[in-house]
Design a protein around this ligand. Structure first.
Ligand code: GLY
Length: 373
């Protein structure tokens, strides 16, 4: 089977790896693989912390994906010899003041009601786990099964794995899905060349709605949601594990890596396709991070970037066969793209190769969202 995949972020790359390993002839189309939200993301594998109430189906999907990550990362590292920065040493969530602590308490009750293991901690216990936390931190929660991965290592490893199984990368922008006889038949590139395929996967993140050729009602309703992220560096031990905080109602997270990088994120802004870094965005992140970890101002500044998450109307991904035969959609992962990579690759591989969606993906198929023609 010939499969064309539009978009080489982690979702397109991981699916390319999976279907190429099962014998499909894969063409990946992207002018700059792994350079969108993938390159900006911190890589937290924390299914509960960014959920809103009422998003239990998404939580189940996130938990399923987190639970597949260990084997997924091990298989990828073995297949390529490349590191992914995978770690599963837990997530610490801390509260800055009494209101933030009440918020954390609600979160703990929600998790416990769903049978998710979580440990409530006093401020002192939080500081024992993370000695650099501010003395005023009121308390926290430890989610022992959460973790992180380094998206900037994950993407090249996935590309290498896909290529190792025969996938071909075309570094060009996809302009249109070719539709013939009422079915997707390939992709037309911006330069005019055509790539014919039996199946097309549309995994272009927030740009998934921009392609020509698709009939009305097929295009997934995704929009860009901007996130600004800061990267710092430390040469001395600073933070041991992923740490999130709520500071006077504003969420903030810090993801440490073994090489000394500390990622601080993230803003959430509805600004269209705008990736400018703003003084206000940086100030808010550093202000809140410093409240939780005063020593952060000593760290070396490394980088600041802004990415575009693919948001969907219900915050959940859009994955599975489209109403147009031959087309499969894989976008809308919003704040969860890195977390949902293993399970999305499984769902999308089955959709591409067999035309079906496994039970774990049943609540996320495109028919729930796409507007009627
Ligand atoms: N999941 C991290 C973020 O969207 O900022």
């Amino acid at each position: 089977m010939d499969i064309a995949i539009i978009g080489a972020g982690v979702i397109g790359l991981a699916t390319a790896w999976r279907v190429a390993a099962r014998g499909a002839a894969v063409t990946l189309i992207d002018p700059a693989p792994g350079s969108g939200a993938t390159a900006v993301a911190a890589g937290m594998l924390t299914p509960v912390s960014e959920l809103n109430y009422g998003e239990e189906p998404l939580l189940r999907l996130g938990l399923a994906s987190r639970d597949r990550y260990g084997a997924f990362a091990a298989e990828l590292e073995e297949d390529t010899g490349l590191p992914t920065g995978y770690r599963s040493d837990g997530l610490l969530e801390v509260a800055f003041d009494a209101d933030d602590l009440r918020h954390l308490d609600d979160l703990r009750r929600f998790q416990e009601s769903l049978g998710i293991p979580v440990q409530a901690l006093t401020g002192r216990e939080c500081r024992r786990l993370e000695p650099m936390l501010a003395p005023g931190v009121r308390g926290g929660l430890l989610a022992p099964e959460d973790g992180a991965i380094d998206p900037r290592r994950l993407a090249p490893a996935l590309l290498a794995a896909a290529e190792r199984h025969g996938a071909r990368l075309v570094r060009e922008r996809a302009a249109a899905v070719i539709v013939e006889g009422g079915a997707a038949a390939g992709v037309r590139l911006a330069g005019g060349a055509e790539i014919r395929a039996d199946r097309v996967l549309l995994a272009a993140g927030p740009w998934s709605g921009d392609l020509e050729g698709l009939p009305p009602g097929i295009v997934p309703p995704v929009r860009p949601v901007k996130g600004q992220v800061i990267r710092l560096r430390t040469r001395v031990p600073f933070l041991r594990r992923c740490t999130r905080g709520v500071v006077r109602g504003s969420p903030i997270y810090l993801v440490p890596r073994e090489d000394g990088e500390v990622v601080v994120g993230a803003t959430q802004e509805e600004m269209g396709f705008d990736t400018r870094v703003t003084a206000g965005g940086l100030w808010e992140l550093l202000r809140d991070a410093r409240e939780l970890l005063p020593g952060i101002t000593e760290l070396e500044f490394a980088e600041v970037s802004a990415g575009l998450r693919p948001g969907s109307p219900d915050n959940a991904p859009v994955m599975g066969p489209a109403a147009l035969p031959g087309l499969v959609i894989g976008t809308g992962h919003f704040r969860n793209g890195i977390l949902l990579t293993p399970v999305s690759a499984d769902i999308l591989s089955e959709a591409l190769l067999e035309g079906t969606v496994p039970e774990v993906g049943a609540a996320f198929t495109p028919d729930r969202l796409v507007a009627a023609p």
